[in-house]
Ligand binder design. Structure first.
Ligand SMILES: Cc1ncc(COP(=O)(O)O)c(C=O)c1O
Length: 343
């Protein structure tokens, strides 16, 4: 891993100086709402993943779209990740500037600005992206040729989540041929994400869904190899399936992301990983049947729906007597009070 570019170091110093008065203070003294990163929990999560990957030949690529932090990404690499996965080319630029050499935009990169940015980045770092259509391949090839760089390309396979990706080996083969023939591109392999399996709480059912997804993915890889296009990388998995998928024959790389900082959903699937990022909030109003926090959906986001009881682990003794509340690792009691977040 290279040293971070001055741009990243300057940004780090700026954040440190902005938050200098808060660093070292106890949680109770912080102005709320505050986004907190618990470094001990983060390091424990990264350590659990590293230990789980120690005995397998599959490599770990840390997906950074949840935290988007180059500093956390560097810690993930220090804990054994071979590189990072990103959702956008802009995340990829930040990660490469942060000194990470192997950057994979695990998404279709389309449009002249984005393909040009990716092609220019490929001059500085090992850059890969995903495709599921010939149009994307041609556009990437034009951009790489103009920039004088080489972009690694993986075919995105729809493993059952029904987002992007080709549905079959027959669809993948002409794309592999087109990538291999395209100037400026290198055919690297296949990528898939069994995110639909991660929605399943029952572990047996989840593992079985992941198994079906890997059967499809590795079957496509075998078909391509049989036709002269062997895959260097067959990449898959998220936090809900990393363990089973990393042990599936033919998978070479896993790409989980949420495990580092975690969230309510994934903690329900795998409680070994703790909440490293939490929102510290204060109760701003207490009525007989409800309390209201200063951390509403406009503050913390509501992409997974509005907060539910299990999102808020609050020490029961504090919840009734004190104006400030917090999510706590050690507190697992279900709050008896109804919680409502102010918007
Ligand atoms: C393509 C892709 N790979 C990997 C991940 C990381 O998965 P998770 O958040 O389940 O760890 C995501 C996240 O949504 C994703 O979209």
């Amino acid at each position: 891993m290279r040293a971070p570019a001055p741009l990243i170091t300057e940004a780090h110093e700026r954040v440190r100086s902005l938050y200098a008065p808060d660093i070292g203070r106890s949680r109770e003294d912080l102005t709320t709402p505050a986004l907190l990163l618990d470094l001990d929990v983060l390091n424990s999560n990264l350590g659990i993943m590293a230990a789980g990957m120690a005995g397998v030949s599959t490599t770990l690529r840390a997906h950074v779209k949840v935290h988007k932090s180059p500093h956390i990404a560097r810690l993930e690499v220090e804990h054994g990740a071979i590189g990072v996965g990103c959702a956008t080319v802009w995340e990829a630029i930040v990660m490469a500037r942060a000194g990470i050499d192997d950057v994979f935009v695990i998404n279709e990169t389309v449009g002249p600005q984005k393909t040009r940015a990716l092609a220019l980045l490929a001059r500085e770092a090992s850059v890969k992206t995903a495709v599921d259509d010939a149009v994307q391949i041609d556009e990437l090839s034009r951009a790489a040729t103009a920039a004088g760089s080489t972009i690694g390309v993986l075919i995105d396979v729809d493993e059952g989540m029904h987002r992007c990706g080709v549905a079959s080996a027959d669809e993948a083969l002409p794309l592999a041929r087109r990538i291999a023939d395209a100037p400026g591109l290198e055919f690297v392999g296949l990528t898939g994400y069994e995110g639909h399996a991660s929605l399943e709480f029952d572990e047996t059912a989840r593992h079985s869904m992941a198994g079906e997804a890997m059967h499809l993915l590795t079957g496509v890889a075998a078909h391509l190899a049989h036709n002269g296009y062997p895959c260097q990388i067959v990449s898959a998995a998220g936090t809900g399936t990393w363990e089973v998928t990393s042990r599936y024959p033919g998978v070479t790389e896993i790409q989980p992301g949420s495990y580092a900082t975690m969230d309510g959903h994934h903690r329900g699937l795998d409680p070994r990983f703790g909440w490293a990022v939490t929102v510290l909030a204060s109760v701003i109003s207490r009525r007989s049947d409800r309390i209201v926090l200063d951390a509403g959906s406009k503050t913390v986001g509501a992409s997974q729906g509005v907060l539910k009881d299990w999102d808020l682990a609050v020490p029961a003794t504090r919840s009734r007597s004190c104006a400030t509340t917090r999510r706590s690792r050690s507190a697992t009691s279900t709050p008896t009070t109804r919680w409502r977040a102010a918007r």
